[in-house]
Design a protein around this ligand. Sequence first.
Ligand code: GLN
Length: 540
Amino acid sequence: MDTKYIFVTGGVVSSLGKGIISSSLANLLKARGYRVTIQKFDPYINIDPGTLNPYEHGECYVTVDGHEADLDLGHYERFTDIQTTRANNVTTGRIYQSVIDKERRGDYLGKTVQIVPHITDEIKRNVKMLGNTGKFDFVITEIGGTVGDIESLPFIESVRQLRWELGDDCVCLHLTYVPYIRAAKELKTKPTQHSVKQLQEVGIQPDILVLRTEKVIPPDMLHKIARFCNVAPEAVIQSVDAPSIYEVPVMMHAQHLDELVLRKAGIEPQGEPHMEPWLDFLSKMKSAEDVVTIGLVGKYVELQDAYKSINEALFQAATYNGRRLDLRYIHSERLTDANADELLSPLDGVIVAPGFGQRGIEGKFVALRWCREHDVPTFGICLGMQCMVIEFARNVLGLHEANSTEMNPSTPHPVIDLMEGQKTICNMGGTMRLGAYDCALREGSAASRAYGGATHVSERHRHRFEFNSDYRSRFEEAGMKCVGENPASSLVEVVEIPGKRWYIGTQYHPEYSSTVLSPNPIFLSFLRAAIAYRDEKHES
Ligand code: GLN
């Protein structure tokens, strides 16, 4: 069959969850046996979100091939178990960069280079890139931003052209918002009507509307929206706020979203999607009553999306261990020796978060010392692992001024130092050690046990600094073992303190590869340790 293209646009406001709807649709199509991929087109001018601060754009996700990507790609992977790559996330910046490079090479043969057709052609080329590999039955393309924004216009125009070119092989789904006005006790359809009108003005008639709402929309109101928006009544479906994002595929299937899309694409749906494993996860999630309390120590705790993949990996691991996750954010800037007891003693396990720069770093050392001395299950990720090393150097090796050269370039004990290959780099964008690398784990180590005895794993990275191997033997002798290393470069990837309940730091980010149907083993193991510790505390 020809590759079918599904476009997902959003209207009225941002943050409606286009990523979740796209992921849910991909989940359903995959559960019907189709080969699916999802890609995100972002209208901003940054080449990728790697240089964006989490306050701007939440977490930066990393693909196996080392692309710094929008956090929606994390949803795509968690919902579908497909691996995304650099081709799955394109920004206006990337489009312009490529057009300008072509112009400089002379590829346009003296033509005036314009938004239409050159930018739109480049967008279309990128939209079809994955589809042209022949590997996919469906390519779902999420257009970032909100319809009506100036910056998303070239993307919307490209969708219009593609729709014209592709005919039945193209489906347009528009996600809008139906607000509930509390004072009037009414749901309002006008913003949706206006948003669809805006799409129609640029030549796109949506095939399917998904309405985000806090309250259930009654059938007559759905019908009214269908009539005024020129959409078939059965193609107006609602997405009511759900207790968990992982319920959305089921909610969408209950309203036949998958069948609608198939029919619009000219395919008669056969049977039902194979959703048993997903439903199994949901039933585990709903039946989990006992709690496990995990603290996440970081400096972006007020931002819901800054640690998205870690939150989800923890949630998945807690669910598979039969527990409800009680995740507490501990602001690293506010954690001191004076309040450590109060803030940390209720926790069954502590994660020290990734990050960059000095701010909040001292609180991470406080947490790590407290956890090490009280033998609380502790997991350091990336900067969190580097902080484990620094804290150990300061308080166990007695190197009081030990630091990372990221925080203090003139520290006498650079136990964490810039990687050799990073020393000559001037450009910040896309130049870290990025993507999946192999890691050899020492046989019998806690880290290897966490991975079910595996001695080789592959996980994704995003960092410039590394464990300084000059100090390796001193750490080993004093009890912090370097149990994971990259086979090619010998970079230390994992440290642990054996004999502790669970005290492991990974230079890599295992959270990026944790999905609903395939949770990351090291998170599962960390949660098991936290649960055992909780049970132990309760018994005594
Ligand atoms: N800032 C550290 C580095 O660049 C850690 C990065 C991270 O936590 N992702 O090495």
